[in-house]
Ligand binder design. Sequence first.
Ligand code: ADP
Ligand code: MG
Length: 390
Amino acid sequence: MTTPSRFIAPGATLGVMGGGQLGRMFVHAAQQMGYFTAVLDPDPASPAGLAAHFHIQSDYLDEQGLAQLMQRSEAITTEFENVPAAALITLGAHRPVAPGADAVAICQDRSLEKAHFGRCGVTCAAYSVIETAEQLAAVDAGRLLPGILKTARLGYDGKGQVRVKDAVELAAAWQTLRRVPCVLEQRLDLADEISVIVARAADGTVVHLPVQHNLHRDGILAVTCVPATGIDTGLQRQAIDAAGRIAESMEYVGVLCVEFFVLRDGTLVANEMAPRPHNSGHYSIDACDVSQFDLQVRALTGAPLVAPRLHSPAVMLNLLGDLWFRSGETERAPDWAGVLALPGAHLHLYGKVQARRGRKMGHLTITAETTARARELALQAAALLGIEAF
Ligand code: ADP
Ligand code: MG
């Protein structure tokens, strides 16, 4: 029962594995459409747990917790990609679960993910799997170095990655990463980073959001601009088609984000994918008639998927915990009133009590009539908040 085969109407309860901000925004979208929501997350103060009707506080593999979630929910989705596959298999035996355990397992492992890109005819950076000392010694330095060593599993926001320029640094980096299974990727000369969010229904319908133009700082998404005016439209089409093929060939049901690099010579290269809504799609809540979270609700409940329309150009700024510590060690909330005075400012805070450097506390989306105006206002917001100009 991995895919919803019939329409689950409003009034039913939808379950979510994971209680982070993505779950919280799913819960908001589901509640707006008249669904009840249940969240499983061990943290009593999890952002989605605080917003849901039912919060099951248990570990992701706890049998009783999973049983409670199934009892409550008619269909179940996930909001972070490291939900143990075993938990999804248990849930999938009794309830519609989207995306399914097989697709999530591919996205959880960089080696499987890259092999899947290859099967779909989608180019990714040259790479080598490193699981043994023999594989480490056999690395083709000419092809892959300088490179980036990434843990195959559990990496996010640039964590679990080490940049290496030669074989000595590579060996040291693998030690630092505790010799867990890794992939070594050639370091590429990036001109731009973009992402595409698609949603696929159980009947095979695929829709997509407009291509997002992303700026990362220290491995964390900082700014997303839509439409991606600086990116060649042919290349955008290519990225949308590739994301659709990737979803199709996994028989994926749900929302999927594929991140791409655009190289200086104009080549499009797939980076990684996430089996869920994505930080780069948050603007869609305020700038599209159907958001990525609406799409997640629709795909899960078997409701029709309609193509989202961007009604306003938008710039999204991520609000990291660093903004709370601009005046040193004393924590102080940013100037929200100043930001809210800007036209088209949509403030989203995730209800996290404790600000910490590098922690995603919220995001700000600025919508405007033109791309230039959205950017101008976003730069004003950035100046008020202490975010570096872009
Ligand atoms: P995460 O799971 O942490 O998002 P990514 O693989 O997306 O990991 O890497 C984070 C960022 O690091 C990317 O968005 C990009 O800016 C940079 N990066 C990753 N891989 C490469 C590469 N092969 N060449 C150049 N830059 C890279
Ligand atoms: Mg990434």
